[in-house]
Design a protein around this ligand. Structure first.
Ligand code: COA
Length: 327
């Protein structure tokens, strides 16, 4: 499997740390030093499905694959205002795709889970062209009166088109039950037989615990996938890691003894956009011409569950259509 098109879309609304300090007991210096985040984009006028469609159309456009040629649509999405139908069902028609579609919730590792599943579909001949759209609005899980979580999360969408090819070398996806460290519960309707008084519980996060689990799990994934493929940290040209916290990325980089320029980041601008963070970064880098033919990339992400995913691929440059000056 190889990636032949990328796209991304972000909300218009830019929210700075100082804007948050206007109503939360926090400060720009706390958020910047502890996380690296300076601004984030939050949905205000747009809907998440609109962002997902924009990202997907950009990915399709750059791939040269027509919507009618997509054999499967996979959306990575933890939650949106619809429980059913799925995000993939909602965007399928507007995109002009006519194929099976499904959503998966692999938390912030969902994009890598989706790639892994797409790879299996392509290898077994079940599909040739697959559209993967990671669209997330974790800002809507947070209690905006609490500083612990609301300063971290943000909204966005990233998409790729994948097809048959020899770009991907290997995947490693893992899961382990740690429900208490990171969860968001939504109240369900009562029935005559089950009158549990459920309330929606905004995102609960044991920050320090998640930090430690994330660093430990990502280092393990990266070490194992490198070793399995007979590679060392030096053999990777770029590490595209989940954009949650600069300190987490730095801990992994220091373990691998690698230079900063191999670990591109955009969390400073966009915050933690959950599973959309890696495809947004990938799209920005690819469009900026920073991903060259033959570059070896390592992707790694972690998220609530606890789930993690890592992948190694060799990049093939994508030709993006010229943007018309009328736009
Ligand atoms: N502004 C100001 N102070 C804050 C704050 C905020 N937004 N959030 C927490 N604090 C305070 C705490 O209350 C605590 O105060 P105390 O010392 O008086 O008790 C102090 O800052 C230190 O809190 P702590 O939780 O130990 O900070 P930390 O260095 O671990 O950083 C996180 C907190 C959340 C930034 C960090 O743990 C983290 O990034 N964890 C991983 C989270 C993550 O990536 N989640 C997504 C998974 S996909």
């Amino acid at each position: 499997m190889k990636i032949i098109g990328t796209g991304s879309a972000l909300p218009e609304k830019i929210v700075t740390n100082d804007m948050l300090a206007g109503f939360l007991e926090t400060s720009d210096s706390w958020i910047t030093t502890r996380t690296g985040i300076q601004t984030r984009r939050l949905l205000s006028k747009e809907t998440l499905s609109e962002l997902a469609i924009t990202a997907a159309l950009a990915a399709l456009d750059s791939s040269g694959v027509a919507p009618s040629e997509i054999d499967y649509l996979i959306c990575s999405n933890v939650a949106n205002s619809y429980v059913t139908p799925s995000m993939s069902s909602i965007i399928l028609g507007p995109l002009g795709c006519c194929c099976p579609c499904t959503d998966l919730n692999g938390a912030c590792a969902g994009f890598i889970y989706a790639l892994d599943i797409a790879d299996a579909f392509i290898k077994t001949g079940r599909a040739k062209n697959i559209l993967i759209v990671a669209a997330e609005e974790p800002s809507r899980f947070c209690n905006w009166h609490e500083r612990e979580t609301s300063v971290l999360f943000a909204d966005g969408a990233g998409a790729v088109v994948v097809t048959e090819g020899d770009g991907f070398r290997d995947f490693r996806v893992t899961a382990d039950t740690h429900t208490d460290v990171l969860y968001y519960k939504r109240a369900m309707e009562q029935t005559p037989y089950d009158r549990v008084d459920e309330r929606t519980q905004p995102l609960v996060m044991q920050g320090r615990e998640v930090f430690k689990l994330a660093v430990r799990a990502c280092i393990k994934d990266v070490d194992i996938i490198l070793q399995k493929n007979g590679l060392s940290g030096d053999d990777i040209d770029m590490y595209l890691l989940h954009q949650a916290n600069l300190r987490i990325i730095d801990s992994i980089r220091e373990h691998l003894g690698q230079q900063k320029d191999k670990f591109p980041t955009n969390l400073q601008k966009y915050g933690n956009t959950s599973s959309a963070s890696i495809p947004i970064l990938m799209d920005e880098m690819s469009r900026a011409g920073l991903l060259k033919n033959g570059m070896r990339l390592l992707l790694s992400a972690f998220g609530g569950g606890f789930v993690t995913g890592a992948a190694i691929l060799d990049w093939s440059e994508i030709k993006y259509p010229e943007v018309s000056s009328d736009n």
